[in-house]
Write a protein that binds this ligand. Structure first.
Ligand code: HPA
Length: 273
């Protein structure tokens, strides 16, 4: 199926509205409250937070693509939470490095807003710059540096990004685990990992985590009025911080190892929202 977002004349918010309508029809859930994008290491949280009401293949929903990354699942799930709310789990993340532009990258977030969600939880696997973070350490995102030279905002819409990563939601997360550290996430375009010099640049400008997602999605979330909680799993020390070279297999393995622990943590956080 051709992706409607490939047509530059199309209004991406219209496609998001259509996607939300299909999700409502297929799930029978008229309004979702919380949306989640689960990155490397976080996927098991979907099984822990509540009862899955519907699991919809991403390619049956306008604007979504199947994930190209091994280990990433491509379904959109509607989950009934024990507190009566509904969560939408976006299992089909399009990364900026796939080269389809920014619209598909933020389509999940816009669709979440169109389903009625008020909160967006963005998770990812990232490289850690702080040596105190052993591989497998979850970190709250306190702010970001968007190093992609792109924005999801089109036209003269000057969105305020102060407190983009909600302090209120970070404080709630810390009531579940007071040892949760926080840091600034820097999004690179990828898909190559950073060079050690780039990691040193990231460190010098105030970043603590480097990765290839989240910042563009967070901007779109804020522009759509969503309150954002960001969580990184530091799967590895960033290039040059650790003496060993990076491998995607090892990043996935670190995610798998940490998955039960951090997924349970996320489920506990969601129960408090
Ligand atoms: N860099 C960028 N993205 C990542 C990394 C990294 O070191 N680890 C996991 N995702």
């Amino acid at each position: 199926m051709a992706n409607p977002l490939d047509d530059p004349t199309v209004d991406p918010f219209e496609i998001a509205k259509q996607a939300a309508e299909i999700i409502a029809t297929k799930s029978g859930v008229a309004k979702h409250d919380i949306a989640l994008t689960l990155g490397s290491g976080w996927a098991k949280a979907a099984d822990l937070i509540g009862e899955t009401v519907a699991s919809i293949p991403a390619d049956e929903i306008p604007g979504f693509r199947k994930s190209q990354v091994v280990g990433h699942v491509s379904t959109i799930r509607s989950i009934a939470l024990p507190n009566g709310k509904y969560a939408l789990v976006l299992g089909a993340r399009t990364h900026f490095y796939e080269g389809h532009g920014v619209r598909p990258v933020v389509h999940g977030v816009r669709t979440a807003a169109a389903t009625g969600a008020e909160m967006m939880i963005l998770t990812n696997g990232a490289g850690g710059i702080k040596t105190s973070w052993a591989p497998g350490t979850p970190v709250l995102i306190s702010d970001h540096i968007n190093n992609t030279a792109a924005s999801p905002i089109e036209g003269a819409n000057f969105v305020d990004l102060t407190d983009l990563y909600s302090k209120r939601l970070r404080d709630i997360a810390r009531t579940v685990d007071s040892s949760l550290d926080e840091g600034v996430y820097m999004q690179f375009r990828g898909p190559h990992y950073e060079t050690p010099a780039e990691v040193q640049m990231a460190k010098a400008v105030g970043a603590h985590l480097v990765g290839m997602s989240t910042a563009l999605e967070a901007i779109a979330a804020r522009a759509s009025g969503l309150e954002v909680l960001g969580l990184s799993l530091s799967t590895n020390l960033a290039a040059g911080i650790s003496a060993t070279p990076l491998s995607h297999t090892e990043v996935l393995a670190a995610g798998k190892e940490a998955e039960p622990r951090i997924s349970a943590l996320l489920a506990e956080i969601i129960a408090k929202l």
